[in-house]
Design a binder for this molecule. Structure first.
Ligand code: HEC
Length: 104
């Protein structure tokens, strides 16, 4: 488990160095979300997920959930997410992914 996390962290570092466009990280974020968050949060538009966990699209389209707000939440998650520790790069990728779900 520890080894896998390290490999993931390293591959994220490499990817981020080579992709610097506005959407950089969105694909990594989606993979992360599927692997780590999907057990509670529905990915994309598959409904609300578990009772209490909001879906990504509802988060993405809530005007009160600004980038700053989400960054702060993900660097110190609470309640059921308390045990989740994300690096700043993972937070950036997850945020990039969530933003791709925003409907204008
Ligand atoms: C064990 C279940 C669980 C997992 C796993 C989980 N979450 Fe959550 N998440 C929740 C619940 C429940 C809430 C509802 C807010 C609360 O707990 O106060 C939430 C809320 C959120 C919010 C919105 C916070 C707000 O104030 O509206 C974001 C953003 C979020 N989660 C992101 C993530 C990300 C990214 C991951 C994966 C790295 C993740 N969550 C994994 C259960 C989970």
């Amino acid at each position: 488990m520890r080894h896998k996390t390290l490999v993931m962290a390293l591959s994220f570092l490499c990817l981020s160095a080579s992709a610097q466009s506005a959407l950089a990280g969105a694909e990594e974020g989606q993979e992360l979300a599927q692997e780590w968050c999907q057990s509670c949060h529905a990915t994309a538009d598959q409904g609300p997920g578990v009772d209490v966990a909001p879906s990504w699209s509802s988060i993405a389209n809530d005007p009160q959930k600004t980038d700053d707000y989400l960054r702060a939440w993900l660097s110190m998650p609470q309640g059921q997410m308390e045990h989740i520790a994300l690096t700043s790069l993972q937070i950036k990728d997850l945020l990039a992914y969530i933003r791709t779900l925003k409907q204008k």
